[in-house]
Write a protein that binds this ligand. Structure first.
Ligand code: DP6
Length: 344
């Protein structure tokens, strides 16, 4: 038996991916940009083993067995990696050997906390190590597991370039700035509700592409401008511009969810109260000091600089006291000590 274990971090988009132009290859209608978090507090960990004695491919997610052969995305990633292993003439073990894969997240799955991003990035990286694939670009394979997963292959600030080719060969993730470029940057994740979301991102974005009028304007006009502006802001370490673009993009993404028919409301009353709190905080401080962003769920991700963390956390605890109920909890600050996927 031969096995490998790797960990992969979560990434949180500041310019959101929402909408596919090709469902099969997972090609997006717009580029997106994210930051990859530290693996210390939020990550996926995967162990993959291959053996001549295994009768079938099997997979366990957070301790429960999940169907493998019936999962087309998983199958696609596996097939692509086997083709690469063949092309690179890797000979670690016979390619017909079956696999057993165990994966776990140390944070809520499918609650809008980018679990599929870390999960598929980790799966692809672990299998690449197992098969001895070394020279190939892995983000385009992770992308075929879950679009946002391609960004978790790299650390730091990462752009998923939408690309224009039909075969998806130019739809890859690239690192815009390394982790150490902005070491003062922090993220606070506020878990408003950790239960599974009602409409998955995959279904939500498909409905938006089919029914929203606003989505075309966002993808064709707003996002290309924002990507350029935010990359400049990151290069200059200009938090004010970075924060404003992040908040505007989150707001526009959720406006598109509401413009979807029937509408898809991911944010709840607490999410909106957090938005108001952040705007009031920034107003009092006379500058943009904290920025919020919400994925396809009610939980907030706050971007802020280190110097602001203590103040914001103590105010948050006062304004939104943790009531210790099952679904209400605040996760403490997660410093963005940015890392790429790596062997555990
Ligand atoms: C709101 O990557 O989960 O988090 O490609 O269908 O698997 P699929 O979708 P997924 O969508 C993520 C959407 C988002 C925004 C983002 O991460 O950019």
């Amino acid at each position: 038996m031969i096995s490998e274990t790797c960990i992969a971090p979560v990434n949180i988009a500041v310019i959101k991916y929402w909408g596919k132009r090709d469902e099969e290859l997972i090609l997006p209608i717009n580029s997106s940009l994210s930051m990859t978090l530290s693996t210390d507090q939020m990550c996926a960990k995967t162990t993959a083993a291959a053996s001549a004695t295994f009768k079938e491919n099997r997979m366990w997610l957070n301790g429960e067995e999940v169907p493998f052969e019936g999962n087309p995305r998983m199958q696609k990633c596996l097939d692509a990696l086997k083709r690469l292993a063949e092309a690179e003439k890797s000979k670690r073990f016979p390619l017909e050997w079956k696999l057993h894969i165990c994966s776990e997240n140390n944070f809520p799955t499918a609650a809008g906390l980018a679990s599929s991003a870390a999960g598929y990035a980790c799966l692809v990286y672990t299998l690449a190590n197992l098969y001895g694939v070394e020279k190939s670009e892995l983000s385009s394979i992770a992308r075929q597991g879950s679009g946002s997963a391609c960004r978790s292959i790299y650390g730091g600030f990462v752009e998923w370039v939408a690309g224009i080719k039909n075969d998806g060969s130019d739809s890859i993730a690239i690192q815009v700035q390394p982790a150490l470029h902005w070491p003062e940057m922090r993220v606070l994740i506020l878990v408003v509700n950790d239960s599974r979301k009602k409409t998955s991102s995959t279904n939500g974005m498909l409905n938006s592409v089919n029914t929203s009028d606003l989505i075309k304007h966002r993808a064709n006009v707003c996002v290309p401008q924002r990507i350029l502006q935010i990359k400049e802001a990151i290069a200059r370490k200009d938090f004010k511009t970075f924060g404003e673009i992040t908040m505007r993009d989150s707001n526009q993404f959720h406006a598109i969810c509401l413009d979807t028919y029937p509408p898809c409301a991911y944010m709840n009353d607490t999410s909106h109260a957090i938005v108001n709190f952040i705007h009031q905080y920034n107003e009092t401080r006379g500058d943009v000091k904290v920025a919020y962003t919400f994925d396809a769920g009610p939980n907030a991700c706050l971007y802020l600089l280190e110097e602001e963390v203590a103040n914001v956390l103590s105010l948050l605890n006062k304004v939104f006291p943790n009531d210790n109920s099952e679904n209400s909890e605040y996760v403490k600050g997660i410093p963005i000590d940015l890392q790429k996927v790596r062997p555990a």
